[in-house]
Design a protein around this ligand. Structure first.
Ligand SMILES: [Ca+2]
Length: 562
C-alpha cells in the first residue's frame, strides 16, 4: 500500500510539474472575457459628458468608409476630440494642454485600447490602434481607442521641454490623466465602462507601455510593447556616441553616411548572413538564432579589410575600429557601457537605417537630450543640434539627464523610464499579461536592451516569466517595421486570447509585405522571397527552426519554435 501511495503522489507531482511547464502558472487568475455593446451617445457628448479638467471640443459621426486601413473600410464610429489641463507655462509663457481624440465604434467589443504614440509625441495621431503595419487595427476589431499628443504640440519641436510639466506629461503623467477620463467617456457613450483595457505602441509608444506596466498595473489588463525605447534618454545618448564614432571616418564631415555607406552596410549584412543564416536549418535570408549568430560572427574576421581604396565591398581598418564599439555598446568616458550592445543581423542596410544612424543623432537625439531631458535645458533660440551631438562629451550628456535643480525637480531618468521594470508582480498577480516584440535589425533601440530586461524579468520570477510576459524577437526587422523581415503580425489578438481566454501565445505567425500587400509594400523584402512569406515568431528564448524534411521556405508551417 505504501508503495502504491507513494507512486500515486509521485504521479500527481509529475502531472503538476507538466502542467506548470506547458500551461504556465496555475495560480494566476483568468480575467473574464469582454462583452460588446452598442454606441448610445455621440454628438451629445460635448455637452453631456463632464469630467474634471476636461473639455470635449467636438463629437461627430464618421460613416463606414470615412477611414480605411489596408484597403478595408473602418466601420461607422464616433470621433470625439478634446483636451485636458489647459494651462499657461510658468517657464516659457506658452499655452499647453493634453490634446486627444477617441474613436468609438458603433459596434463595440467591450474593450478599450490606449494607443501610445512614437517619437517625441506632440501630435494626435489617428486613434485606430496599431504601432506597426498590422493587418487590422484595434478600431477595425471593435475596440474604443484613444490617442493623444502627450501634453504638447509639435512633433518635431523639442522646445516643449522648457516647460517642466510638459516634460512630466510626456514622460508618464499624460497617460495617467487620460486613462480614467477615457474610461468614463466610454461609460457615457455605451452605458458601461470597458470590461477589459489594453495599452500598446511601438518605439516611444513601447516606452509608454513599459511605463504603464509599472505605474498603472491595475488600469490595464494587457500590455503590448513594440521596440520599447524604455531607456530613451540613454538610447539617444548612445546614438550620439555613434555619431561621434562615424565622424572620425566620414569622408564628408557634413554627411555622416559617408562613414558607412549603403553598399558597405549591405556588405556587412551579407557577411553576417554567410556566417549565420543556416544556423537555424534554413538558408533563407533570415537569421532566427540571433544569440548563436553573435558568437559565430566576427566583424574583423568576416568582413574583408580594404587593401586599397574603399569600394563598398570592404571596410578599412579605421572604419572597423570606429564601427565595432557601436555594436559592442556605447561607453562613457571611463569605458563603462551605459546603454546596450546591438546584435549583428541581416538588415543593416534596410531603407530606414541611414535615417536612424546618421540623421537622428544630429537632428533629433541632440535636441531631446539638451531640451527635453537635460537640466538645465539648452536655449532653443541658439541651439545647434549637430554641434551639440558632435562636441558635447558623453559624460556631460549623461550627467545632464540625471540632474535636477530648483525648477526641474525630477530628472529625465526618473520621468522617462519605467519604475522597476523587472518587478511586474502587481499586474502578474491580477491576471494581466504582457507581450513585447522587437526587430533584431532595429538601429535606434537595441533588441539587446529588451533582451537584458526580459532576462531580468525571468530571473525575478524564478527563471521563467512566460506565465504572464512573453518576448518575441523579429529577425531582420528594422525599427517597428521594415527590414528584410516578416514584419506584419497581429499581436493584439494574441494578447486578448491570452488575457481573456487563457491561451498563451506559443508562436505568432508573421508575414512579409511583398508586392501587393494591402497595408503597404516593404521595399526591404528581397525579390527572391515569396511576396507573402510567413514565419512563426517565437517566444524568447525559443527560435524558429526548419522542421526536419521540410522544404517549402515560403510558409511558417515548415518551421517550429524550439
Ligand atoms: Ca535562416
Amino acid at each position: 500500500m505504501r508503495n502504491r501511495f507513494t507512486q500515486r503522489w509521485a504521479l500527481v507531482a509529475c502531472v503538476a510539474l507538466l502542467a506548470a511547464s506547458v500551461g504556465g502558472d496555475e495560480a494566476l487568475p483568468r480575467l473574464s472575457a469582454a462583452t460588446g455593446a452598442s454606441l448610445s451617445s455621440c454628438t451629445q457628448l460635448p455637452t453631456a459628458f463632464r469630467f474634471a479638467n476636461t473639455t470635449i471640443t467636438s463629437a461627430e459621426s464618421v460613416p463606414s468608409g470615412g477611414l480605411t486601413w489596408g484597403g478595408r473600410s473602418v466601420e461607422a464610429h464616433c470621433l470625439v476630440k478634446g483636451e485636458m489641463y489647459r494651462r499657461t507655462s510658468p517657464q516659457d509663457g506658452k499655452s499647453y494642454a493634453i490634446g486627444f481624440e477617441m474613436r468609438l465604434p458603433g459596434a463595440w467589443n467591450g474593450r478599450f485600447f490606449y494607443q501610445a504614440n512614437g517619437g517625441i509625441d506632440g501630435s494626435v495621431a489617428t486613434a485606430q490602434g496599431g504601432g506597426g503595419p498590422v493587418p487590422t487595427t484595434a478600431l477595425q476589431q471593435g475596440f474604443a481607442v484613444i490617442s493623444s499628443d502627450a501634453g504638447h504640440s509639435g512633433p518635431s519641436d523639442p522646445s516643449f521641454g522648457i516647460d517642466f510639466q510638459a516634460r512630466l506629461d510626456y514622460g508618464y503623467q499624460a497617460a495617467a490623466k487620460l486613462t480614467p477620463m477615457a474610461k468614463a467617456l466610454i461609460a457615457a457613450a455605451y452605458g458601461k465602462p470597458p470590461d477589459r483595457s489594453y495599452f500598446g505602441g511601438c518605439s516611444n509608444g513601447g516606452r509608454h507601455t513599459f511605463v504603464a506596466m509599472t505605474r498603472m498595473p491595475e488600469q490595464y489588463d494587457g500590455y503590448l510593447a513594440g521596440a520599447p525605447g524604455y531607456r530613451l534618454p540613454l538610447a539617444a545618448i548612445a546614438n550620439q556616441f555613434g555619431a561621434k564614432q562615424y565622424a572620425t571616418v566620414a569622408t564628408n564631415p557634413s554627411d555622416l553616411s559617408t562613414a558607412f555607406t549603403a553598399a558597405e552596410r549591405a556588405t556587412v549584412s551579407a557577411a553576417v548572413l554567410a556566417r549565420c543564416d543556416a544556423l537555424d536549418g534554413a538558408a533563407d535570408g533570415l537569421i532566427q538564432d540571433t544569440t548563436a549568430c553573435q558568437a559565430a560572427f566576427d566583424l574583423g574576421r568576416d568582413v574583408p579589410t580594404c587593401s586599397g581604396a574603399r569600394d563598398g565591398r570592404c571596410l578599412s581598418a579605421a572604419q572597423k575600429a570606429a564601427i565595432a564599439p557601436i555594436f559592442s555598446g556605447a561607453v562613457d568616458g571611463r569605458g563603462r557601457r551605459f546603454y546596450a550592445s546591438f546584435p549583428f543581423d541581416s538588415g543593416h542596410d534596410s531603407a530606414d537605417s541611414s535615417y536612424w544612424e546618421f540623421f537622428v543623432p544630429l537632428m533629433i537625439d541632440s535636441g531631446g537630450t539638451a531640451m527635453i531631458w537635460g537640466v538645465p535645458p539648452a536655449d532653443p533660440a541658439t541651439f545647434n543640434g549637430p554641434a551639440y551631438a558632435l562636441t558635447t562629451p558623453i559624460d556631460a550628456m549623461l550627467a545632464s539627464v540625471a540632474a535636477t535643480n530648483g525648477t526641474y525637480t525630477e530628472s529625465a531618468l526618473s520621468f522617462m523610464l519605467p519604475v522597476e521594470p523587472t518587478n511586474l508582480a502587481r499586474l502578474k498577480n491580477r491576471g494581466a499579461k504582457v507581450i513585447v516584440y522587437h526587430g533584431v535589425s532595429d538601429a535606434i533601440f537595441s533588441v539587446d536592451d529588451t533582451t537584458v530586461w526580459y532576462e531580468g524579468l525571468r530571473a525575478a520570477n524564478g527563471g521563467d516569466a512566460s506565465s504572464f510576459a512573453r518576448f518575441f524577437r523579429v529577425p531582420g526587422m528594422a525599427h517597428c517595421a521594415g527590414g528584410p523581415s516578416t514584419d506584419q503580425f497581429d499581436m493584439l489578438t494574441a494578447l486578448v486570447d491570452w488575457v481573456e481566454r487563457g491561451r498563451a501565445p506559443e508562436s505568432v505567425v508573421a508575414h512579409a509585405r511583398g508586392a501587393g500587400n494591402a497595408v503597404g509594400v516593404n521595399r526591404d523584402v528581397p525579390s527572391s522571397w515569396s511576396p507573402d512569406r510567413s514565419r512563426p515568431l517565437c517566444p524568447y528564448p525559443k527560435v524558429a527552426r526548419l522542421r526536419p524534411g521540410a522544404t517549402d521556405l515560403a510558409t511558417a508551417d515548415s518551421f517550429r519554435c524550439q
